[in-house]
Ligand binder design. Sequence first.
Ligand SMILES: C[S@@+](CC[C@H](N)C(=O)[O-])C[C@H]1O[C@@H](n2cnc3c(N)ncnc32)[C@H](O)[C@@H]1O
Length: 267
Amino acid sequence: MTRISVGGGVGKSLRRLYVGLGHRSRPGILGVAAAAAAVGLAGCTASAQEAVDFAELRRRMVRDTISEPRDGRPPVLDVSVIDAMGKVERHLFVPEDIREWAYRDSPLGIGWRQTISQPYIVALMTELAEPDPEDKVLEIGTGSGYQAAVLAEIVDRVYTIEIVEPLGLRAAAALDAAGYKNVTTRIGDGYLGWPEQAPFDAIVVTAAPDHVPQPLVDQLAVGGRLVLPVGPDGGRQELQVLEKQADGSLERTRVIPVRFVPLTRSR
Ligand SMILES: C[S@@+](CC[C@H](N)C(=O)[O-])C[C@H]1O[C@@H](n2cnc3c(N)ncnc32)[C@H](O)[C@@H]1O
């Protein structure tokens, strides 16, 4: 992990992240893939899927890939994020025919050439947003609705925008079916943000623009954090956190190299 801080100071979650690097534990426990194999998921039928213990797979996913990752990456330490990742039923946000893979630590296709992000990245971006219970958060790129659900477990209100209409409608239905009353969805171009609801305490962007969208900066509250991947489609992208200072300037922290689908624009 590299960190370049422009303007001095490091946010509380990043401090936690670096502290976490010093005392990682690597218990010899089954990985999610191994766990899935152990319960006979490969090629399973509909009736076998019904027998899948999603709660157990989710518990292992959180432990083995987020709170105590086994591969050397820094753990996510924010307890509210870990709790949220343990609660949200990720399998309800992916297409039915791939539910058995929902708790793997990998992105999954959700149709329309889009993906639900890797759980670790969802947890990391949520932690970097430093969500508090009274916060109002904007997400750009609803996708499956999963990241919005994770945020909704922690904060007061979530607004989320998706540019691909069928995806946005399906995510809205999934969020509704899962009982999330504090998420408001919209179909549109998230580059422009949601000015009627601004300012936001945090903005999480889950598709990569090649530059930081100025409307999102404008819609960030003082002290708010914009968490986003920045970089060209298929090229070198990095996860960044921009924190708005009292004088309107931004403190930028570069977190890790990432690969996201591009932020597209409506014509
Ligand atoms: C990696 S996926 C998002 C994953 C999502 N957050 C989830 O939890 O499933 C990125 C999403 O951003 C959407 N997207 C791309 N450009 C956008 C834009 N300008 N405005 C809103 N959504 C956009 C894509 O259609 C895609 O669904």
